[in-house]
Design a protein around this ligand. Structure first.
Ligand code: EPZ
Length: 418
């Protein structure tokens, strides 16, 4: 079993470049199925979830190759299967994007139902509502979901819950639907906009991505050749911003879009951190112990749930009592038990966690429970006095490319040990 061995406390200092957005890449990869040609994708993060997406597409008949470390060439001219391998798709949440994409391409798909993740229940009822509204029939049995349609006809869809996955999936299914589709109460995350931009660059007709209502005018076909660059990962950028404050450091975070992090920037300024934004770079530095605050996670542009555990590390060390209210997921505070092993003083009450700030954390063996919890524990290890061992690295490697190399280049004493 691999682990990260981290010796703190070390302030992070220097420059770091953000990779392409995981949650955009793992949606755009299946979205390429709507193109019966060759898609070249730049700025693709080389992470487990992307490599798994490629494996699933190859099982459907895609020919995929890496050009250099972050460019993918995807050739979908020979995609001829409509059943994705259960063992791969049932493990990987975002495999549900194959449904919207293959409905558009072949009007039939069968995939394994996405496993419940350790964030609590992960329903896809809103995805199914959208597919059915467009005219598809949906059958769930033996852990698989089979969706097929004779034809897809545009209609008005209102999502009962603001859902990134349902927004993107219904968008994919509607690209070739006859007539106009509107999807109301949609998610507005940067990766939702990135998927719409990718599809429009292929010749789709999608308006309103990034607002509460997206309107799609169905087209007959898309171009069969495209080169597209994935949007920078605002969650990776935010992870470094919070790492700078937690470790009393000073970081220049490059290749990001500062506007995508307005909610985090305002929170860091509110607690006494320093942030300066430039065109594609954010400068974050620590000058004094953070003050307490209250954080509520919300759909974009609210405070992102995917930065909640990393913020929890900063609030563990802040002066006074802070509260985080997690409004998106039922169970996203498992990391607090690990932080308490390091000397934090956190109490979880339902969908809220109460942080009694402490002066210092101390190193301990801790276990990542999900991707962002893992990143938070790495940050805590760099901020803590002594040695921290972080286990369950598969979670971290799903969403962060070479996390220990990047932090080591910023002065962290961190190494991966088998
Ligand atoms: C995406 O998950 C991200 N994953 C998550 O990031 C992120 O936490 C989440 O969006 C919210 O921003 C990917 O993009 C691969 P949702 P998704 O559908 O699409 C409920 C990470 O760390 N809901 O926006 O699965 C759901 O239970 C990961 O990168 C329904 O009720 O999230 C949740 O409470 C973790 N019915 C809320 O909506 C549905 O049909 C938001 O879920 C769908 C969702």
């Amino acid at each position: 079993m691999e682990k990260l061995v981290i010796t703190g406390a070390t302030p992070l200092k220097g420059e770091v470049t953000v990779h392409g957005a995981k949650n955009s890449a793992i949606a755009i990869l299946p979205a390429t199925l709507l193109c019966n040609g060759i898609c070249t994708l730049n700025n693709v993060p080389n992470i487990i979830d992307v490599r798994l997406s490629c494996q699933i597409l190859e099982q459907l008949g895609s020919k995929i190759s890496w050009v250099g470390s972050n460019t993918l060439v995807i050739d979908n001219r020979n995609v001829n299967k409509t059943h994705a391998p259960l063992d791969l798709t049932s493990k990987f949440r975002a495999s549900y994007y194959l449904i919207g994409a293959m409905l558009g391409r072949s009007k039939e798909i069968e995939v394994g139902l996405p496993g419940g993740c350790n964030l609590g229940a992960r329903p896809i009822d809103q995805h199914i509502k959208g597919f059915a509204a467009l005219g598809a029939t949906v059958n769930l049995s033996q852990g698989k979901i089979n969706v097929k349609a004779n034809k897809l006809v545009g209609t008005n869809i209102y999502l009962d819950v603001v859902s990134v996955g349902a927004t993107i999936n219904v968008l994919l299914a509607s690209v070739f639907a006859e007539g106009i589709t509107t999807i109301d109460n949609v998610a507005k995350e940067p990766h939702v906009v990135d998927v719409a931009n990718f599809l429009n660059s292929l010749g789709a007709d999608i308006r309103g991505a990034g607002t509460d209502l997206i309107k799609i005018n169905g087209v007959k076909s898309l171009k069969n050749n495209i080169t597209y660059s994935i949007v920078p990962d605002q969650i990776e950028a935010g992870t470094y911003m919070l790492a700078a404050i937690a470790t009393k450091g000073d970081l220049l975070i490059k290749n990001c879009i500062p506007e995508h992090l307005d909610s985090l920037t305002s929170k860091i300024l509110e607690i006494g951190g320093n942030v300066e934004c430039f065109d594609d770079t954010i400068h974050v530095w620590y000058t004094k112990r953070p003050n307490k605050t209250i954080v509520k996670t919300l759909p974009y542009p609210g405070f992102p749930t995917d930065l909640q555990p990393q913020m929890g590390v900063v609030l563990s060390l802040a002066s006074g009592t802070s509260v985080i209210n997690e409004s998106i997921w039922d169970s996203r505070f498992q990391y607090t038990a690990e932080l308490n092993k390091m000397g934090a003083n956190i109490i979880v009450q339902g969908k809220s966690a109460i942080f009694e700030g402490v002066e210092n954390l101390s190193g301990a063996p801790v276990y990542a429970t999900d991707l962002r919890a893992g990143a938070a524990l790495v940050i805590a290890g760099m901020a803590a006095n002594g040695v921290t061992e972080v286990f369950n690295l598969n979670h971290i490697d799903r969403g962060y490319e070479k996390i220990e190399e990047k932090f080591a280049s910023l002065g962290a004493k961190i190494k991966r040990v088998s």
